[in-house]
Design a protein around this ligand. Structure first.
Ligand code: DAH
Length: 345
C-alpha cells in the first residue's frame, strides 16, 4: 500500500498538464470516481487496523494535492484562453453574419395594414375581452333572449347556470362596439380587431378560432353613403384600385338596414373559380347602420346620433390577399408556410 501511494504521488507530481485534453485525462485517471485514488481508498479495508488511520490520512493528503494541482492548472488554462491574442488570420472587415429573427405572421401583417389604412382617416383602435358576457355579445346587440338568431353563431359557453349571468367566448367583435359606446361620447371612430370563437369543426374553410375587425362610426348625420365610401376607400387601399365592391342586402339583428360586402374574386379576377363558387364575387364581411335600439342600450341618444358599423374576417382577407387556400395553415406553425412572409427586421 505504501509503495502504491508513493508511486502515485510521483506520477501525480510529474504528470504533464500542458493542454486541456491532458488535464482531462489527469482528472479521469487520478481524481475521478473510477480513478486510481478511488481504487486505493477501496483497498483501505485490507490495511491492518493499527495502520489504517495513518494510511488513510496519507491518502487524503494525496487526494488534496491532486485536486489542488488540477484546479490550479485549470484556472491557468482558462485565463490563457481568455487573454489569448486575437487570431491574426481573422478578417475584421467581413460583414457581420445577419441574425435571422424569423418572419411576421400573415394575420399580423394584414391586421396591421388594416389599422394603418383606417387610422389615416381618423379611426383609432379599441379592444375588448375575449371572454364576454351574454349581454354584450347578444342582448345589447338586439339578439332577443332565446331567439334562434343566437344559434347562427355556435357559441362556446364558459359558464352557464340558470339564473346566473352567462359567460362565453365572444362569437364576434361586435360586443366591443357596445363597450366603446358605453365609455365614449360621439363622435366615435374606432376599429376593433380581435380573436373570436365558434363551435365549428376545423376544416380548410372553417375554424373554431379566427379573427375579425370591427369598425364603428357614430356621429350626427352619419348615413349609409358614408359607410359605402369608407368601404370603397378601405378595399381599394388594401387590395388595389381595380378591385370592385358590391353591397348585398342582408340581415343582422344589430344593424338596420344591413348588407353583406362582396369584392371581385382576386383569384380569378371575376371570371369564376372554385374559391368564388363561379360567381366572380367573394364575401369579406357584414355591415349596416347601427340599429337605434343598440345605440340606446349602449347609452347613445338615437334621436341625435346615427352610426354605421362593419365586421370583417381577417383570415378571409388574408387568404384573398396572399392566395392561401387552407385556413388551417394559419395555426399549424409550419415553417415552410411561415417563412414565405416578411422577415422581422
Ligand atoms: N358580427 C357579424 C358576424 O360576426 C358581422 C357584422 C355584421 C359586424 C354587420 C357588423 C355589422 O358590425 O354591422 O357575422
Amino acid at each position: 500500500m505504501q509503495e502504491n501511494i508513493s508511486r502515485l504521488r510521483a506520477e501525480i507530481e510529474a504528470y504533464d498538464l500542458s493542454t486541456p485534453e491532458l488535464l482531462d485525462q489527469f482528472r479521469i485517471a487520478y481524481t475521478g470516481r473510477k480513478g486510481q485514488l478511488a481504487d486505493l481508498f477501496d483497498q483501505l479495508k485490507t490495511v491492518p487496523q493499527e495502520q489504517r488511520r495513518a494510511v488513510g490520512q496519507e491518502l487524503n493528503q494525496l487526494k488534496q494535492q491532486a485536486l489542488a494541482r488540477f484546479e490550479e492548472r485549470q484556472q491557468e488554462l482558462e485565463s490563457a484562453t481568455r487573454n489569448a491574442p486575437a487570431d491574426p488570420t481573422f478578417d475584421y472587415t467581413l460583414p457581420a453574419v445577419p441574425n435571422q429573427l424569423g418572419t411576421r405572421h400573415p394575420l399580423n401583417l394584414v391586421r396591421e395594414e388594416i389599422v394603418r389604412i383606417l387610422s389615416r382617416i381618423g379611426f383609432n383602435v379599441a379592444e375588448g375581452p375575449e371572454i364576454e358576457d351574454d349581454w354584450h355579445n347578444f342582448t345589447a346587440l338586439n339578439f332577443p333572449e332565446n331567439h334562434p338568431a343566437r344559434d347562427m353563431q355556435d357559441t362556446f359557453f364558459v359558464h352557464r347556470t340558470p339564473g346566473e349571468p352567462e359567460w362565453l367566448l365572444r362569437t364576434h367583435t361586435s360586443p366591443v362596439q357596445v363597450r366603446v359606446m358605453q365609455t365614449q361620447k360621439p363622435p366615435i371612430r374606432s376599429i376593433m380587431p380581435g380573436r373570436v370563437y365558434r363551435n365549428e369543426a376545423i376544416s380548410a374553410r372553417a375554424h373554431m378560432m379566427f379573427h375579425q375587425v370591427e369598425a364603428l362610426f357614430v356621429d350626427e348625420n352619419v348615413s349609409f353613403a358614408d359607410l359605402k365610401q369608407t368601404v370603397y376607400y378601405f378595399v381599394q387601399e388594401l387590395f388595389g384600385s381595380d378591385v370592385q365592391v358590391r353591397f348585398r342586402p342582408s340581415f343582422f339583428p344589430f344593424t338596420e338596414p344591413s348588407a353583406e360586402i362582396d369584392i371581385t374574386c382576386l383569384i380569378c379576377k371575376g371570371k369564376g373559380c372554385n374559391i368564388c363558387k363561379y360567381t366572380g364575387w367573394v364575401e369579406i364581411g357584414g355591415c349596416g347602420m347601427v340599429d337605434p335600439a343598440v345605440l340606446e342600450q349602449s347609452g347613445i341618444d338615437p334621436e341625435r346620433y346615427s352610426g354605421y358599423a362593419w365586421g370583417m374576417g381577417i383570415e378571409r382577407i388574408t387568404m384573398l390577399k396572399y392566395q392561401i387556400k387552407d385556413l388551417r395553415l394559419f395555426t399549424e406553425n409550419d415553417l415552410r408556410f411561415l417563412r414565405q412572409f416578411e422577415a422581422v427586421q
